[in-house]
Design a protein around this ligand. Structure first.
Ligand code: TA6
Length: 286
């Protein structure tokens, strides 16, 4: 999807505008350092292109932008849980409408803040009071912080993930390094050597990753550095041939050009007392 071809419905500054795509509103950034598109549905970054470089993020060409279903690609926000711990899968943040609460720009780049507060709808799914803030800093790199604050009177526990979809030239010529010594797959634990070559379906939770993961993409001759903080693990996911074929919102064969490397809090392993807050972050550079 070429987000730059959409016409602006509102111009917020020299580099920032709003536009509509099917059922969703996008914040679009066009700055000398980088271009980007961010959906208010899900608070999801869909595209991040540093100047003179291909997109770092991957979006499925079959993504449904109606706003009725999660968007396939970019950086979905899984919160307040990761996976199928409860319903909906990966939590409700990725299908909620976020608010653009602040934007600023300088010659260094653009900063966008989005926010999401508890509501009648969120309490029907998860009965806690919270404030979520997403701070997105775009220079020639992308820095994303998801800040959870407990605004209620009792403690709560939560999990989640910045479920980043990266673009690669050819998955079979891609290596992921510095993933650490152990991973969990389908509830079994394995020891690992920290490097993953992808030549089959992969859905692993690495439980002792380095802070910085390196994705070595031979085909595009580039390395993407993914630096995470506030996470307990890193999830690596590629659906491979048959799962990809069975998914309505992925093109057959599109598994070849993507890999998810996710800054993850698996299980409900962070507990916040009233007024407590926690930051989960990921920083992407090429
Ligand atoms: O992060 C990996 C994973 O949890 C996989 O198990 C896979 O199902 C993927 O996320 C996508 O989930 P989704 O709900 O977006 O289809």
């Amino acid at each position: 999807m070429d987000f730059s071809s959409l016409s602006a419905t509102n111009t917020l500054s020299d580099s920032i505008s709003l536009c509509e795509l099917d059922g969703i509103t996008l914040v679009r950034v066009h700055h000398p350092k980088a271009s980007a598109a961010i959906s208010l549905f899900g608070g999801q970054i869909l595209s991040f292109k540093p100047a003179n470089s291909a997109d770092i993020l991957w979006m499925s060409t079959k993504t449904d932008y109606s706003g009725n279903t999660p968007l396939r690609g970019g950086i979905p926000l899984c919160w307040p849980w990761f996976g199928k711990v409860a319903s909906p899968s990966h939590g409700f943040a990725r299908t909620s409408i976020w608010t653009l609460s602040h934007h600023s720009e300088s010659e260094k780049g653009v900063i966008i803040h989005l926010s999401l507060n508890d509501s009648k709808e969120s309490k029907a799914i998860w009965d806690h009071s919270f404030k979520l803030e997403l701070v997105i800093e775009m220079t020639d790199t992308l820095s994303v912080k998801l800040i959870t604050t407990n605004t209620g009177k009792t403690s709560f526990s939560f999990g989640g993930a910045l479920h980043t979809y990266l673009t690669v030239g050819d998955i079979e010529r891609t290596k992921i390094c510095q993933l650490g010594a152990s991973y969990i797959e389908k509830n079994n634990c394995f020891s690992a050597n920290g490097v993953t070559d992808i030549n089959q379906e992969v859905d692993r939770i690495y439980t002792q990753p380095d802070n910085t993961i390196i994705v070595k993409d031979k085909s595009f001759e580039r390395e993407i550095k993914v630096t995470n903080e506030g996470n307990t693990s890193v999830v690596v996911w590629n659906p491979w041939i048959s799962l990809c074929q069975s998914m309505q919102d992925m093109d057959e064969g599109s598994y070849q050009t993507m890999i998810c490397v996710e800054s993850c809090i698996h299980e409900q392993s962070i507990t916040l007392a009233p007024k407590g807050s926690h930051t989960l972050s990921t920083h992407l550079s090429c």
